[in-house]
Design a binder for this molecule. Sequence first.
Ligand code: HEM
Length: 371
Amino acid sequence: MALTAAPSYAWPGMGKINQALVKRKDGNDDGSAPRELIGDLKTTPAGQWTEVGRAIAGIIMGDISGESDEGGKYKLPGALKTKKCKSDECCVWGHVSNWLTTQFTAPNGQCNDYARASIRMGFHDAGTWAKSMAAQGQDFGGADGSIVLSTAEIKRPENKGLEEIVGKARDWAILFGVGVADLVQFMAIHAVVTCPLGPRIRVFVGRMDSSRACPDGLLPGVTQPPDDLISLFEDKTIGPHDLAALLGAHSTSRQFFFNESHSGEPQDDTPGVWDVKFYGQTLQDGPDGVFKFQSDIALGNHPRVHGEWMSFAGPGGQDHWNEDYAVAYTRLSMLGVNNINRLTECTKVLPPAKKGSGGENNSKGKGSKGN
Ligand code: HEM
């Protein structure tokens, strides 16, 4: 059901969000339909949204920031699984956060292979929902943990390389006693803030888990034509601008299986840093040792993506990209979630963002658990 009344995103405590980051709406200059609501935000009148529902609506519609630059102040109320800890719903996530910081940080302070794999795993769980299928009664898939909980998904070719991190997510969900759908998205968001220059994206928990394998064929392929890729993402309610922002995750990626003769090669020459080099390097020659995906080149050159892509590569691009990635990833992490109004915000447990690029060029090397 479409909503007619203009929603209000004000909520108690809004002043705590860094107002300087409240973003301008991107111009709708790429022929896209306006951003749309998803899940129970679409089916519940705006006047009945909860505080969290209003915050998430504000973020995914591009009206308020998806970042929060506080952090590092949270004091755990108690040890894991104690009464004191259970008195704060976010306490367990504080323990998860401390754990992930050690798991995702390379010795030089950059983010490592587990961080990279977690970002990809978050996408491969959440990105498996389609508006057109939901409209035909197939409203399943999305950010439901099924990449871990179903036995089928991890065997699909598009998930090759994710076996180890999926196993870790399964083990850690049991270790900490948290939901898998939430943990998969928490890992993806935590991984980003672990990378130098990465945004501190607001984090919400309380999703429903599902062991039902998601629909097949909803994840993108490197050799698909760019128009098909744009349509695939539009069917997830993700327009070309948000797609341009999400693809920047390849700033911290390495490919292992797409072309095994170049296994371990990164998609820019600083895969341990969340910088904007990926955008420029994808559309230029070289540098040596960087493996570019055909889909990234084609989308970066596509008229509906190119302007936004180049604005990320240019002056001020880092802040612009971080803001847009936070908005686009929040949307992605809510696909297929139909209890958005009942989620809880636990942003306070995330560590502070690492503002310096902290590390030298590291395009060489096969990765292991290093940067
Ligand atoms: C057109 C869309 C996309 C295509 C075709 C694509 C394709 C790929 C491929 C082929 C790999 C290498 C896998 C391997 O061989 O090991 C990869 C890695 C990766 N992708 Fe994407 N991807 C897309 C979008 C995204 C998005 C939206 C995100 C996150 C928001 C993402 C995050 C990553 C990350 C972090 C890695 C590195 C994983 C690692 O280093 O272990 N990708 N992608």
